[in-house]
Design a protein around this ligand. Structure first.
Ligand code: NDP
Length: 477
């Protein structure tokens, strides 16, 4: 069956309300950061979107002090019922400004508009709604009769889900009575600074939320600042380890949400067409820039040929291109550096003897794009089976028995997520009990909900975000 030709359906970039300059947000005001300004680039076109003022060490200090004042004078004393109203207001404002945020996120990050519009922004709002509900019920959350906040939280987030990761961090911190200083990623600071406007619109007391754009050194300043009580980090395992070393021996609390190399396990009794949709969602969603991406497909040997045929056909129908086009499935890679990393790891796959298949889709000449790629005949020792590629590249391995599937799935230093595809409920439970992963999806993949705790173990980090369990990381319990 051939695919339909779609006419272009671009979303208007005017909706983003792009401004020529953005500035750090400290103590309830936008201020001139004293760091070197950075330029945020649209990865789909390589054009400069805006100049962003960055924080220096002294700005980080000012932000931490503003957060401390707000914590002592206002936020920790405020009844949970009142804090809840602010969170609820923020959630409503995210909804009201959702089109603007979605377009801005797509311009700054390169992700398809259908994802920023239908997933990132609504889920960010959902996190604030959900945590608004907890703010006045902490006494009944199972952490004792009167659980106390930690104080000032330093939060560092990556570029793959800029607004959503901000919501995962800020919503639980505020609901539990903490104040925050957040550093967005260098390549995607814009929606965080529009979020700062939303804090002003919501009349959030000054200093409760502070946003300090900057590079990794500003993240390190935040980590090492003596006025910080808790660090929450999402990003690479490498930087996570650095942060853990810096925090060791201090009273600072720490939660780390790091990389992954998740196994998506398909048994021969699985409905294959449905599994193909889950595999595609698992690895090609957000260009594969997903810490819990199903980047290792483990297919039962008896169905691997049929599965690969269906998968290649389906992947060849994915539309790659302008992220603002509503029909686009695969947008741009976030940066030239990330594209180079994906290329290097892909080349290593070929050099080590795996069989590469790449979608024949047209690839724009300008911008950072990488066509969806599937490697078969992958051995466990190959780098593409072990390392996080963080791009639209799937490695396919095979197994014969459930025990072999478990052994191969667990053969990784990570432990963030896993997927199981089978029609047998008993097999799902048997597998889920044995897979060493923080999240196990059955006959689905990449499902996110504020009520469900998310996090990993081993080199994927520790601590949970979301759900009742996620509150624990911001309470003195
Ligand atoms: P990083 O871990 O470097 O970045 C995550 C955040 O930490 C960013 O805000 C970054 O700032 C900041 N940061 C960098 N160095 C330090 C430091 N020493 N102390 C404190 N904060 C710091 O990830 P990258 O963006 O460099 O991506 C590299 C690889 O990491 C990817 O290829 C991917 O494999 C993995 N990754 C995993 C993610 C996940 O969710 N598990 C998310 C992002 C990346 P800045 O943006 O300025 O560098």
């Amino acid at each position: 069956m051939s695919t339909w030709e779609y006419a272009p359906a671009p979303e208007s970039r005017e909706i983003a309300g792009l401004k020529p300059t953005y500035r750090p947000f400290i103590g309830g005001e936008f201020v001139d950061g004293t760091g070197e300004p950075l330029k945020s680039v649209n990865p789909a076109t390589e054009e400069v979107l805006a100049e962003v003022g960055t924080a220096s060490a002294s700005d980080v200090d000012a932000a931490v002090k503003a957060a401390r004042r707000a914590y002592d004078k206002t936020w920790r004393r405020m009844p949970g019922t009142e804090r809840a109203k602010y969170l609820f207001r923020i959630a409503r404002l995210i909804q009201e400004r959702s089109r603007e945020l979605a377009v801005l996120e797509t311009l700054d990050n390169g992700k398809p508009i259908k994802e920023s519009r239908d997933a990132d922004v609504p889920t960010a709002a959902a996190h604030f709604f959900y945590h608004a509900g907890w703010a006045d019920k902490l006494d009944y959350a199972g952490f004792g009769p009167d659980p106390q906040p930690l104080g000032v939280a330093g939060q560092i987030i990556p570029w793959n889900f800029p607004l959503l990761m901000l919501a995962w961090k800020i919503a639980p911190a505020l609901a539990t009575g903490n104040t925050v200083v957040l550093k967005p990623a260098e390549t995607t600071p814009l929606t965080a600074l529009v979020f700062a406007e939303i804090c002003q619109q919501a009349d959030l007391p000054p200093g409760v939320v502070n946003i300090v754009p900057g590079a990794g050194d500003i993240g390190a300043e935040l980590v090492n600042h003596a006025g910080i009580d808790k660090i929450a980090f999402t990003g690479s395992t490498e930087v996570g380890k650095l942060i853990q070393r810096s925090v060791a021996g201090t009273p600072k609390r720490l939660t780390l949400e790091l990389g992954g190399k998740a196994a998506n396990v398909v048994f021969d009794d699985a409905p294959l067409d449905q599994a193909v949709e889950g595999i595609v969602n698992g690895i090609f969603y957000n260009q594969g820039h997903v810490c819990c991406a199903g980047s290792r497909l483990l297919a039962q040997e008896s169905v691997v040929d049929e599965l690969l045929e269906k998968l290649r056909y389906r992947v060849s129908t994915l539309r790659l291109g302008d992220p603002l086009d509503k029909n686009t499935d695969i947008g741009a890679i976030n940066s030239a550096e990330q594209l180079a990393k994906i290329r290097e790891l892909t080349e290593s796959g070929v050099a080590e003897g795996a069989e590469q298949w790449t979608s024949p889709c047209p690839v724009p000449e300008r911008g950072f794009f990488f066509a969806p790629t599937v490697f078969s005949n992958v051995e466990q020792s190959m780098r593409i089976a072990r390392e996080e590629i963080f791009g639209p590249v799937l490695s396919v391995l095979t197994f014969r028995t459930p025990a072999e599937a478990v052994a191969k799935a667990n053969n990784t230093p990570y432990g963030l997520s896993a997927g199981i595809w089978t029609e047998k409920g008993s097999r799902i439970l048997w597998m889920a009990n044995r897979l060493r992963a923080g999240v196990v999806w059955a006959n689905t993949f990449n499902r996110f909900d504020p009520t469900a705790p998310f996090g990993g173990y081993q080199e994927s980090g520790f601590g949970r975000e979301g759900g009742r369990t996620g509150l624990e990381g911001y309470l003195d319990v």
